[in-house]
Design a protein around this ligand. Structure first.
Ligand SMILES: C[S@@+](CC[C@H](N)C(=O)[O-])C[C@H]1O[C@@H](n2cnc3c(N)ncnc32)[C@H](O)[C@@H]1O
Length: 233
């Protein structure tokens, strides 16, 4: 059965910073497979004046510039797909902290529209009236909303059916519904001679021997213990 397409639209004054990331690797393949469609839109397209102004000084005074409501409003009207289940996301350092369960929740929408701020941020009416929710990717301040939009899109898209290969299991990944962290993974070589950056001494880094035993039952037990240890339960 063909899966329905999901649309991810990012409204930004630096759309050129966004697209290369979305075209690479698993996200790029998801677009080639027509599971998703990504579009980075230049907010300045929805201005009227010859300088394509998107910001102005803050009412009440204070430092910096604030992005105006009108270009965002006009952009959303042009981009929103009628009849599709969509959600408008305001990226903000003071928004609700983004978690894996939000990625799962947002993967149910046909279209996500991201509003990316810069400078001092966006006129508060955009968050209050135009957006459906406000998301922060962490307790720190970035220069713009482009990285938060990419972080959210990346974590959402990999949950869509058909995006990851058959061999990849979402069940055993960290932060999935059960809230546990994944066990440590190793690959060849089984032994690696490593020169310490600080002491310059040669150290032998071994893969835990149990993983080389071929005994699937004990390997599974060991992995479950590691999950508990890492998740501190
Ligand atoms: C320089 S920041 C504005 C910071 C704002 N004056 C404040 O104190 O919260 C510019 C833009 O970057 C984005 N941004 C910065 N940090 C973020 C974070 N932790 N999570 C999500 N978006 C963030 C938002 O879109 C914000 O409007």
């Amino acid at each position: 059965m063909p899966t329905k397409k999901h649309y991810y639209d990012i409204i930004s004054i630096f759309p050129q910073t966004i697209e290369p990331y979305l075209q690479a690797s698993i996200l790029g393949r998801a677009q080639t497979k027509k599971i998703v469609e990504f579009k980075a839109h230049n907010l300045r397209k929805w201005t009227h004046d010859k300088h394509h102004q998107v910001d102005d000084t803050p009412y009440g005074g204070g430092p910096g510039m604030v992005m105006m409501i009108e270009p965002f409003d006009r952009a959303i009207r042009a981009i929103r797909k009628r009849g599709k289940k969509n959600r408008i996301i305001f990226t903000s350092a003071s928004g609700k902290l983004f978690e894996q369960k939000d990625a799962k929740r947002l993967s149910a929408y046909d279209q996500l529209i991201f509003l990316c701020g810069h400078y001092e941020g966006i006129d508060a009416r955009v968050e209050k009236c135009l957006a459906d929710e406000s998301i922060s990717i962490g307790p720190y301040v970035l220069t713009g909303g482009e990285l938060p939009a990419l972080v959210i899109i990346d974590s959402v898209v990999r949950l869509l059916p058909g995006v990851l290969g058959k061999e990849a299991s979402l069940e055993v990944e960290s932060h999935t519904e059960h809230g546990l962290l994944e066990y440590p993974q190793y690959t060849r070589p089984a032994t690696y001679k490593w020169k310490s950056y600080q002491t310059k001494k040669i150290e032998t880094l071994n893969v835990p021997p149990i993983l080389l035993s071929g005994n699937h039952k004990t390997i599974e037990q060991w992995r479950n213990e590691q999950i508990k240890k890492r998740s501190q339960i």
